[in-house]
Design a protein around this ligand. Structure first.
Ligand SMILES: [Fe+2]
Ligand SMILES: [Fe+2]
Length: 239
């Protein structure tokens, strides 16, 4: 069991030595250990940079594109999927990706790049794609809410999945590899730190203290309903 001394040492930044000595992992069996773990995770979250924050949000977006792919293939081969899974996936895109993640980009990042006339063509296209994405998501939510789908509805949904994924895969990849690495060139060191706090504050306001984790849990639940959760299923049989 942990003693208070261990805890004090941990709190004073000796976490690495504990892990290296195998003490931490070897003894985390009781309630004290659980408290220690949750304290550790809170400490880590505060240190997340704005770019890392935005990139892990892209991970949520990518997981939903997998769900859309699955729905698209199911429509093509005539198999079914629960419509509420689609509705919930589209609502995560609306509430988390569009109204939170993209709003951060639009309110905090894009204006700064525009003012500095840095990557203006890229930022213009990114803004246009956010707008197109919102239109597509609106149509997916409308279609998902219908009691029954006609062949026309299914064709329309298939087109929407295709358009959404085709646009967002390069959109997120371009932000990850071109826009986000340039954030530090349009913000000072202090502004960059403030930006991280601002992002964290917004996330807490909208989704609670463990906002990101709760959204990831929701996505995992949808993946489980579609049998997409087991990551190992995507490993090819190579010999
Ligand atoms: Fe974006
Ligand atoms: Fe983004």
């Amino acid at each position: 069991m942990f003693t208070n001394n261990h805890h004090e040492d941990f709190r004073h930044g000796k976490r690495r030595e504990f892990i290296k000595n195998g003490v931490l992992l070897g003894t985390l069996t009781g309630i004290a250990g659980m408290n220690l773990l949750s304290g550790c995770s809170r400490e880590g979250e505060e240190g997340i940079s704005p770019a890392e924050d935005l990139m892990r949000e892209h991970g949520v977006l990518r997981r939903i594109t997998l769900i859309y792919d699955h729905c698209h293939v199911s429509l093509a081969n005539g198999s079914s999927f629960p419509p509420d899974v689609l509705n919930n996936a589209a609502l995560i895109i609306r509430n988390f990706v569009e109204d939170y993640h993209e709003k951060l980009e639009e309110d905090f990042l894009f204006p700064r790049f525009e003012k500095a006339n840095h990557l203006p063509d890229l930022v213009r296209v990114l803004r246009e794609q956010h707008s197109a994405g919102r239109t597509i998501t609106g149509s997916i939510i409308d279609a998902a809410g219908k009691a029954e789908w006609t062949d026309d509805d299914k064709q329309k949904l298939s087109r929407l999945f295709e358009e959404f994924n085709r646009m967002y895969r390069p959109h997120a990849a371009r932000e990850d590899t071109v826009l986000f690495p340039e954030i530090r060139n349009v913000f000072s060191e202090n502004e960059y730190a403030d930006l991280g706090e601002e992002f964290e504050k917004k996330e807490n306001q909208l989704f609670g203290e463990k906002g990101f984790e709760s959204v990831v849990e929701k996505v995992a639940g949808l993946e489980k309903q579609l049998q997409l959760y087991d990551l190992g299923q995507f490993t090819p049989a190579v010999s």
